[in-house]
Design a binder for this molecule. Structure first.
Ligand SMILES: [Zn+2]
Length: 66
């Protein structure tokens, strides 16, 4: 995977409180859950929505030749 994608930051939105937690794709791929900064909830990273967002970024990077 390209550096562009590895270090691209995605805002993860907490389903409990809606707080945004910025993480790189590299970090997201290496973890299964994260802790929300807003409410300290443990949130799963294994969601179809998140996979779809990462996939569309991969498509974008391919099209841009990154
Ligand atoms: Zn939260």
């Amino acid at each position: 995977m390209s550096d562009f994608l590895e270090y691209h930051i995605v805002d993860l939105e907490c389903p409990s409180c809606g707080a945004a937690t910025p993480k790189t794709i590299r970090w997201i791929r290496a973890h299964r859950v994260y802790t929300c900064k807003g409410c300290s909830a443990t949130v799963s990273l294994d969601s179809e929505e998140l996979r779809r967002r990462i996939r569309s970024l991969e498509d974008l990077a391919l099209r841009m030749g990154l």
